[in-house]
Ligand binder design. Structure first.
Ligand code: NAD
Ligand code: ZN
Length: 389
């Protein structure tokens, strides 16, 4: 079957298609027909095959004030698509390629992209406000009245078609099933990368993960693959404990069952003084400080992955820091998308990386609001949403 033949008729022209629009904070997404403009220079228009829902979508769906709260908007940033057409100066992508959009940029040319020190693309990563990477507030989406629709995290995958800058796009092997690949577009890569690249967990170490959503379970999966000896999960939802065993968790702590003790005290007792590494995967400052003091004095390391609202300040005890613990945060688990996603795909194809257990639900595009309910109720890890055709 020629997957690409139906695409070419739209090259250089707008496409009309369905998108799930967020018109107002906390209101159900509405299916509308929209117009998707052709890609400009350095951009690619892609046909989304499937997308999934990450907690960051929910956080922005609820956000009703500040410069990041913008409506109407097309949310969604974990997905896989096929290249429909490319703009000028696009090398390395062609019609029909299977691609993964990634919210975190990787221009491959700036000082930081060329260095192995971090995944912070100096050229682009400081701008999280614009709609399109190189064109500021210019949008490629219009509703039926001609009004511009805002992009989200440079991806906007809750649409049958979207336009993505090449700094946010990775070509992947067609051998990996698309619904598994979609997980690597954000949540799972973030967790696995945090254990591998940011914490650099070593064999025999002890780990605590706060928040057992897809990001936290992926951090455990990364730690398991690195040979961690003890991986403690902390979550209020007891259902997550059973699930966690598939990802290498050896112990669980339910904060509501700790009585007078703090979670950090319980973890210190379980590990003879604290874990070597802790990961905050909820997005609450109070949990971050518990994660921090759960680590060993002298050498403990905490990685913050959760994304709270309005970039709230955090508070740490100064002596807890003076006593040799370190803490850092990370977007996209320290991974450089173009370099590291193909490595994760390879690990999956070699049956080393467990992606299968993250997919707990699959829905049709028109059922997308159900995915929000399931995630909010803590009933799903990742819900794959299939575009209709
Ligand atoms: P999720 O909703 O699937 O999981 C969150 C988990 O935290 C749930 O299991 C929930 O029961 C648990 N939880 C909530 N309150 C808790 C508490 N007080 N104590 C212990 N556990 C608690 O979310 P997710 O998709 O896995 O995302 C997790 C976080 O990571 C979000 O804040 C998201 O925005 C963020 N995130 C960050 C990056 C990054 O690049 N740093 C990437 C993706 C997601
Ligand atoms: Zn995400």
């Amino acid at each position: 079957m020629d997957k690409t033949s139906s695409f070419s008729i739209h090259k250089g022209k707008p496409i009309r298609c369905k998108a799930a629009l967020c018109r107002k904070a906390r209101e159900a997404l509405v299916m509308e027909e929209i117009q998707v403009d052709p890609p400009q220079a350095y951009e690619v228009r892609i046909k989304i095959i499937c997308t999934s829902l990450c907690h960051t979508d929910v956080t922005f769906w609820k956000l009703d004030s500040g410069p990041l709260a913008r409506f109407p908007r097309i949310l969604g940033h974990e997905s896989v698509g096929l290249v429909e057409s490319v703009g000028e100066h696009v090398d390395g992508f062609k019609q029909g390629d299977v691609v993964l959009p990634v919210f975190h940029p990787n221009c491959e040319e700036c000082k930081d992209c060329k260095s192995s020190k971090s995944n912070w693309c100096a050229r682009y990563a400081n701008d999280s406000i614009s709609n399109t990477r190189r064109y500021g507030m210019a949008s490629r989406f219009k509703d039926s009245t001609g009004e511009d629709i805002h992009h989200f995290l440079f991806v906007s995958s809750f649409s049958e078609y979207t336009v993505v800058d090449i700094a946010h796009l990775v070509k992947i092997s067609p051998d990996i099933p698309v619904q598994k690949a979609a997980l690597l577009s954000c949540g799972v890569s973030t967790g696995v990368g945090a254990a591998w690249k940011v914490a650099n967990v070593e064999e025999g170490s002890t780990v605590a993960v706060f928040g057992l959503g897809a990001v936290g379970l992926a951090a455990a999966e990364g730690a398991r693959l690195r040979g961690a000896a003890k991986i403690i999960g902390v979550d209020l939802n007891p259902d997550k404990f059973e699930l966690g065993k598939k990802f290498g968790f050896t112990d669980f702590v339910n904060p509501t069952l700790c009585g007078e003790k703090k979670v950090s005290e319980v973890i210190k007792e379980m590990t003879g003084g604290g874990v070597d590494y802790s990961f905050e995967c909820v997005g609450l400052p109070s949990i971050l400080s518990e994660a921090f003091i759960s680590t060993r004095t002298g050498s403990g390391k905490t990685v913050m992955l959760g994304m709270g609202k309005h970039a709230a300040p955090i508070s740490l005890g100064s002596f807890d820091l003076l006593s040799g613990r370190t803490i850092c945060g990370s977007l996209f688990g320290g991974l450089k998308s173009k370099l590291d996603i193909p490595v994760l795909v390879d690990h999956y194809l070699k049956k080393e990386l467990n992606l299968d257990s993250f997919i707990t639900h699959e829905l049709k595009f028109q059922e997308i609001n159900k995915a929000f309910e399931l995630l909010e109720e803590g009933k799903t890890l990742r819900c794959i949403i299939w575009m209709d055709n």
